[in-house]
Design a protein around this ligand. Sequence first.
Ligand SMILES: [Zn+2]
Length: 124
Amino acid sequence: MSEPDQQKTISEPGQEKTLAEQAPSSYECRACGYVYDPAKGDNQNKIESGTLFTDLPDSWRCPVCGVPPSQFIDIGAQGAPSGFAENLNYGLGVNTLTPNQKNLLIFGGLGLAFLFFLSLYGLH
Ligand SMILES: [Zn+2]
């Protein structure tokens, strides 16, 4: 297999970007507040997910209010990537707990739930 090099994607040391910086920007409609999220695309206008706002056809219009793309402002990458990183850290954190710590979490949670139940019961 010898495909032509269409894109050189060699990442040089020190040039790596954070997840948030890698994520494409979302754009918000100044007229109605609709947010175009490139990760979702735009079903109504048959824009595939993964399409950057800057790659939308000139004929594209806000699916909510119909204004042209020039009425949109760049609001930066939204939630998902950094949230994913946080979840990843959270998952790792739990996974590094010892079994005893996990039991403490579980029974501590049960105890709290029981107390909460009791307090509800006490109201009646
Ligand atoms: Zn709009």
